[in-house]
Design a protein around this ligand. Structure first.
Ligand code: XMP
Ligand code: MG
Length: 183
């Protein structure tokens, strides 16, 4: 285990088992729909990479990067597009692939945008869900794990751009944070 990690919340094996399960469900639900899987960078990249290899139907991938203004560990609801999609979503069955849903503000904004652009359908698959922190009515269509209200890292999730490459989800030791009061 990495020396900055206090506790492993979800092991590599648990993640891979869940990803396989989600892939099987998505294979059934999106059969003949040629879904467009949209990865929300950077956090969802490892999940997206593993998930699409468990979806056994033709699909396409696209990538979008957004950032929300405000403190580093909290979402403000004001979303800025850093990198937009390469292709049009018009008439497409869009599956947004997220690492974690916290307040739901980022996804609310994204889903609204995709609907304005006339996607045929918009659904969300998230690896992690923090329902206790929700300030919106957003519910993911597919969710891997529910996590408590703690800041988690690994498998794409970062603290100051670090720890994205850990194969598991963990909680950081308190002393690692620059300012623990910010959390
Ligand atoms: P909202 O609040 O808009 O936020 O649903 C979603 C985004 O906030 C980030 N986020 C986290 N990142 N560990 C992280 O590394 C966490 O525990 C965490 N909680 C929220 C993340 O970028 C996500 O897409
Ligand atoms: Mg982040």
């Amino acid at each position: 285990m990495h020396e900055d990690i206090q506790e492993v919340l979800i092991s590599e094996t648990e993640i891979q088992t869940k990803v396989k399960e989600l892939g099987t469900r998505l294979t059934q639900d999106y059969r003949d729909l040629n879904p467009l899987c949209i990865c929300v960078l950077k956090g969802a990249a490892p999940f997206m990479a593993d998930l699409v290899r468990r979806i056994d139907i033709p699909l396409e991938m696209d990538f979008m990067a957004v950032s929300s203004y405000g403190a580093s560990t909290r979402s403000s609801g004001v979303v800025r597009i850093i990198k937009d999609l390469d292709a049009s979503v018009e008439g497409r069955h869009v599956l947004v692939v997220e690492d974690i849903i916290d307040s739901g503000l980022t996804l609310n904004y994204l889903l609204e945008l995709l609907r304005q652009r006339n996607a045929a359908s918009t659904k969300v698959v998230t690896l992690l869900d923090k329902p206790n922190r929700r300030t919106t009515g957003l519910k993911p269509d597919y969710s891997g794990f529910t996590v408590p209200d703690a800041f988690v890292v690994g498998y794409g999730l970062d603290y100051a751009e670090k720890y994205r490459n850990l194969p598991y989800i963990g909680v950081l030791k308190k002393e690692v944070y620059a300012d623990p009061n910010q959390l």
